[in-house]
Design a binder for this molecule. Structure first.
Ligand code: SF4
Length: 519
């Protein structure tokens, strides 16, 4: 907590006391604690003249949300992905001892507003009047609970006293406070938001599957850009997103690929923001891995939403047990109804995801089974522990090892992250001891030392590459094919040449799976 001390020396008293030589009284000060005024006034009438800033997901998600908000009458702008300059600003204006995502995201907003003031000539008053920032929040238990106060503290110190930061409580659902009038968190808003999240997820996932195998470098990104425009237009004009995704699939199908390239598959796990951001906050690791010849298996935001639903289900069941034990009244008087609604929410979300996935060509993709993840990780990291990714990181590593899902599991852990440090540095050591087949690397993202991080990743990739090559050779052996025979067979099999077709999982590597499918 930041404290402003104003030392008001009381001359008269001091004089008196200095005459008395009273050291306690001489040091008498008047302390004024810093008070977070928490300005939130954003009315419906201000919507037309106020720009709603937001950001923090992947670039594609942010662009789709921008279009979705525009369709609902907001002047919205997604902030660019935070870079190292944002980190420096976060460190300059933020409190000490924060986790790295706090510095990056807080600094990113300060950097954007400072550019408006210093480069575009807007006054601070004008910026405070014409812009608001919306962000997700929670009550903790990690530093996520303090983000919103950090934003306001840094903004005040950077000269934007009174800037409005609206909190989109990820645990609060529709129960919103004073922001309601300007930022109407209605069911229509949430439907739009989910459309953006799921559409962004499926396009990102399909892109990561195709890009490593493209024949012409850059062709996947060029098509994904067209897809972004198609889906954003559909959202902006209230047209069907499913139809737009079908058009995306047709575009994606034109990309020329070669699946018979044995590439190490790298599963990226870790703290939510660090593994999602595509900027300096994760050293742009996704792109680095692809440049090094790897295929990335990313985590989707839909999975995070499923985890939030799982958390609510788990807590409701625990609360039901409490009543039976001590006979006290429960906070939630109708837990069965709540459980029913949560189950319904999970089913709707899953079906929605698979509908969009089918439309975009994300075939044979399976959302994680939250109950299964919870069960296998509970002995190592109890389900009651929350903050960050909770037990999910542990469960994902175990699943990766037992189901042979990746040649390398890379955990991105932000500097100063409480939950992720406990998991990556502590619990995962036990998991790798119990599951020796797991090739696991945890890297800490502090914003500097990128060369050191890249070098560690390259070392882990060396082993992953060898595993992928050996797996591919085994696949050829078992199917009695060689490279040429496999290529000839592939030339005749239009299904496997189709970029949106993904060979069924048998081993970790996509090329080896393609060989098994050819045979
Ligand atoms: S999970 Fe870690 S990095 Fe993320 S907000 Fe919490 S403490 Fe910070």
């Amino acid at each position: 907590m930041n404290t402003v001390k104003k030392e008001a020396v009381m001359n008269k008293n001091n004089d008196d006391h200095s005459q008395n030589n009273d050291p306690v009284a001489t040091a008498q000060t008047q302390t004024v604690q810093w008070y977070d005024a928490n300005p939130q006034t954003f009315t419906r009438a201000q919507r037309g003249s106020t720009t709603l800033l937001f950001g923090g997901l992947t670039t594609l998600h942010d662009k789709l949300i921008e279009a979705g908000l525009a369709s609902q009458g907001y002047r919205a702008r997604a902030l660019p992905a935070p870079d190292n300059a944002a980190l420096q600003m976060g460190k300059e204006f933020g409190n000490r001892g924060q986790c790295n995502p706090t510095y990056f995201t807080v600094g990113n907003l300060v950097k954007y507003l400072t550019a408006l003031r210093d480069e575009q000539g807007m006054s601070s008053e004008e910026i405070v009047d014409k812009y608001v920032f919306a962000t997700a929040g929670a009550c903790g238990p990690c530093r996520f609970g303090t983000y919103v106060t950090e934003y306001r503290k840094a903004l005040r110190d950077a000269g934007f006293e009174g800037f409005r930061v609206l909190l989109f409580q990820n645990a609060g659902g529709l129960k919103q406070s004073a922001a309601e009038a300007g930022l109407a968190l209605t069911p229509k808003f949430f439907v739009m938001f989910l459309k953006c999240i799921i559409a962004g997820d499926v396009l990102n996932a399909v892109g990561y599957r195709i890009r490593p195998y493209e024949v012409q470098a850059g062709s996947t990104d060029a098509v994904l850009e067209q897809c972004q425009t198609l889906v954003a237009d559909a959202l902006r004009h209230g047209r069907g997103v499913t139809r737009a995704l079908r058009r995306c699939r047709k575009l994606l199908q034109r990309i020329e690929i070669d699946r018979l390239q044995p590439k190490p598959k790298v599963s990226i796990i870790g703290e939510f923001w660090a593994m999602t951001t595509e900027g300096d906050g994760s050293y742009r690791l996704q792109r680095f891995l692809e440049q090094e010849g790897a295929e990335c298996d990313i985590q989707l935001i839909t999975s995070w939403a499923l985890y939030c639903i799982w958390e609510a289900q788990y807590d409701t069941r625990e609360a039901m047990m409490l009543r039976r034990r001590d006979g006290e009244a429960q906070a939630d008087e109708r837990p069965l109804k709540k459980l029913f609604l949560l189950r319904l929410a999970r089913l709707v979300l899953e079906r929605w995801f698979y509908r969009y996935a089918r439309a975009a060509g994300l075939t044979d993709y399976h959302l994680p089974d939250m109950d299964g993840l919870a069960e296998i990780s509970d002995p190592y990291y109890p389900n009651q522990l929350r903050g960050g990714e909770g037990h999910m990181e542990v469960g994902k590593l175990i699943q990766s090892a037992t189901h042979n899902k990746a040649h390398l599991v890379l955990s991105i852990k932000p500097f100063g992250c409480m939950p992720s440090s406990a998991v990556s540095d502590g619990v995962q050591s036990l998991i790798t001891a119990r599951y020796p087949s797991a090739n696991f690397l945890a890297i800490e993202t502090s914003g500097d030392g990128a060369v050191n991080v890249y070098s560690r990743v390259q070392m882990a990739l060396f082993k992953a590459r060898e595993l992928a090559a050996a797996e591919f050779a085994t696949a050829l052996n078992e199917t009695k094919l060689d490279d040429d025979a496999a290529a000839r067979k592939l030339a005749k099999r239009s299904r496997l040449k189709n970029p949106v077709h993904y060979p069924s999982h048998r081993v970790a590597g996509t090329a080896a799976n393609a060989v098994y499918e050819l045979a």
